[in-house]
Design a protein around this ligand. Sequence first.
Ligand SMILES: N[C@@H](CCC(=O)N[C@@H](CS)C(=O)NCC(=O)O)C(=O)O
Length: 323
Amino acid sequence: MGLLVKGEWHTDWYDTEASGGEFVREQAQFHGNIGDDTFPAVAGRYHLFVSLACPWAHRTLIFRKLKKLEDVIGVTVVKAEMLDNGWELGKAGELEGALEGAVPSPVEGIEYMHQLYTRHDPQYSGRVTVPVLWDKETNQIVCNESAKIIRILNSAFDSLTEVREDYYPEPSRDEIDEVNAFVYDAINNGVYKTGFATAQDVYEKHYRALFDALETLETRLGKQRYLVGDQITEADWRLFTTLIRFDSVYHGHFKCNQRQIESYPNLSNYLRDLYQQPGVAETVNFGHIKTHYYYSHDTINPTRIVPLGPDIDYGRAHDRRSL
Ligand SMILES: N[C@@H](CCC(=O)N[C@@H](CS)C(=O)NCC(=O)O)C(=O)O
């Protein structure tokens, strides 16, 4: 764990002292678009760097899969553990098996993700996060904000594939934005704010907000199959990547342990419905997910023991078709 200061790597844990025990997420710094003159939509030019453990990177893998962009955008997987040097790229052959179609880094001479950031900007200051959408032609980061990358993948390459599914349909955009904001604050980022809190009252505040929000969604999903009506939208995929990690990691490691997702009738069936959408299960790697969290956060789990459970079959039947 660390960050870059004017291009120099520093091994620092998140500074929660300055914020009274609160984990404060840093904003992503690269927000380029695809489809303009700088970054035209071209097959084979752009590349994703992802961690299979990371819920934010997972969103981008799902969109690459659903929009059938495997031949348009390459992908490189980083090691599950994030240690003193931050995210680490494997040696050739080491990680490709973790995700079908993954390739070693196309950017030569880099061992760590922080070297990719300094390749783009030798003076970069900030956290070194995944996912990264990289332009191989100009050696630049196009974007390192998953919310933006999934919008890019949703439509920017449509002329290169036959897939026309739209996960951000015009008529539902206001509602999707509203649900996203609620889910992001209390759930996607909520589990981190709960798990990384270093003061009891801060932990309790985010824990309560998280479980209140899950209760709200449990009720909402009693009336409709997906978060915004009867069609899957980006709002569902953004929630999915947190829910699929919840019982294995956030419940124990982040102390989000009032309930497991398995105990909510609607949320658990909804989670299996999404997991069973074609191609999605292939993007889920519980080995990387569990190893990453339990191994990398040594202030939370210094023994690095990775728990064996829980055993949950996300492939078993769900009841959502009746809605
Ligand atoms: N806003 C970013 C957040 C990405 C993010 O925080 N990724 C985590 C992995 S789950 C990371 O790389 N953390 C490294 C760090 O904070 O040093 C996005 O959604 O793309």
